[in-house]
Design a protein around this ligand. Structure first.
Ligand code: GN1
Ligand code: MG
Length: 387
């Protein structure tokens, strides 16, 4: 029988931050007003995030200023100064480019860090945890599931603009915050190690999922092969382009790309693919009823059109030719990583229930099989959007 396990050592090792402690932490940053309330934000699988509201003076109405406090997971990100330096480079560059050509970038803006009182980009607490604060964009919204094609189109334009905006940064100046992050060879090695160790005695429960991985492993080396043959340009890429990493305003105009921890040298295929994985799924990433999981072709068409309208002319033919494949690739590799973490006892991704990572993996594999059935249509849509 499956054991009951909700252990999550990356997180369990660190004490739960109390409200008092969090308020004290916020005061170490150059914020306006007095921090009043700290609310955990349950989104994202890696860092701990809190919304901080402030008041101007005790007893008055809350000031409009709000902040995002985050503890950066240093079990996963091993070079926090390098990571924060990347964020400084990327946000600085993007905001300069927007200011230089506001007409081209509409209402887009860059994330803004709040320095510590000493002027540093992050604070290290006595326990060795790393904290940072961003300005929270008032009234901003994000979507785990995309409610309509207008939003998908707008999201495609937003990640396209991000691609164009970060193109002036020399990828070589960026720290590799997670080495070999989307390297399928490495991810498959980790998976085989997990199967071999079978630490939690879970391997016997997932024969279908193992089959799904192995059957497709060869094809999934395509991007690595193109990189090794120098056929794909190295670009500054986001590498975690979940649709909910786009912030929208109340009018549903995209205004900001967030979650910059994995901005690194990469290929545009990672960014297009992950946005399709998350932005066209008719269900949540961890939906337990797999019948609900499929690819919404209307959303795919709208996202692709938005993305290619803004970034299309900067892409090479080989990149364009592999955009449809990239959606399958990212769905596969993220499913593979969820499954590997399940087999290893849920040490990487934050889970909210037993079997959560397995559910996430199954959902990715269902989505992948839906994409496979619709490959030709996806390819045709991309060709048409480019033309
Ligand atoms: C993680 O924390 P979050 O949700 O932004 C992961 C991504 C995965 C994603 C799957 C550093 O991102 O690679 O695509 O979960 N980030 C890291 O939902 O591993
Ligand atoms: Mg992330």
């Amino acid at each position: 029988m499956e054991e009951t396990s909700t252990n999550n050592p990356v997180r369990a090792g660190s004490e739960t931050a109390t409200t008092q402690k969090l308020l004290e932490l916020v005061r170490r940053f150059r914020i306006e007003g007095m921090p009043l309330k700290v609310t955990p934000i349950i989104s994202g699988h890696i860092n701990d995030s809190y919304l901080v509201s402030t008041i101007v003076r005790a007893g008055l109405e809350p000031a409009p200023t709000e902040y995002l406090l985050q503890r950066i997971n240093h079990g996963i990100f091993r070079d926090i100064p390098g990571l924060m330096n990347n964020i400084g480079i990327v946000t600085g560059h993007i905001s300069q480019r927007i200011q230089a050509d506001p007409a081209a970038f509409g209402e887009m803006r860059a994330l803004e860090l709040v320095p510590t009182v000493e002027g540093d980009p992050f604070y290290t607490d006595p326990q060795g945890n790393f904290w940072r604060v961003y300005h929270y964009i008032p009234g901003s919204l994000s979507y785990d599931r995309v409610p309509g094609t207008d939003l998908a189109y707008e999201g495609g334009k937003a990640f396209g603009k991000f691609q164009v905006l970060s193109a002036g940064i020399d990828p070589g100046t960026l720290t590799i915050t997670i080495p070999r992050f989307h390297d399928i060879t490495w991810r498959l090695e980790q998976f085989e190690d997990a199967l071999h160790s079978d630490l939690m005695h879970r391997v016997a429960h997932v024969p279908d999922e193992i089959h799904c991985i192995r059957e497709r492993a060869q094809e999934m080396h395509t991007i690595n092969q193109l990189i090794e043959s120098s056929l794909l340009p190295t670009r500054v890429t986001h590498n975690d382009t979940k649709f909910n990493n786009i912030l929208f305003n109340q009018k549903n105009t995209a205004i900001c790309i967030v979650d910059l921890d994995t901005v690194m040298p990469g290929t545009v295929l990672y960014d297009f693919g992950d946005a399709i994985r998350t932005g066209t799924n008719t269900a949540d990433e961890d939906e337990s009823n797999l019948e609900k999981v499929s690819l919404d072709m209307g959303l795919f068409e709208a996202y692709s059109r938005g993305f290619l309208e803004t970034a299309g002319t900067s892409l090479t033919q080989i990149e364009l030719d592999h955009l449809a494949f990239s959606a399958r690739f990212m769905t596969y590799i993220i499913g593979l990583r969820f499954l590997t973490d399940y087999l290893n006892g849920d040490t990487y991704y934050m889970i909210h229930r037993t079997g959560h990572n397995l559910q996430r993996a199954r959902c990715q594999f269902k989505l992948l099989s839906e994409m496979e059935k619709q490959t030709e249509i996806m390819e045709r849509i991309i060709e048409t959007s480019v033309a």
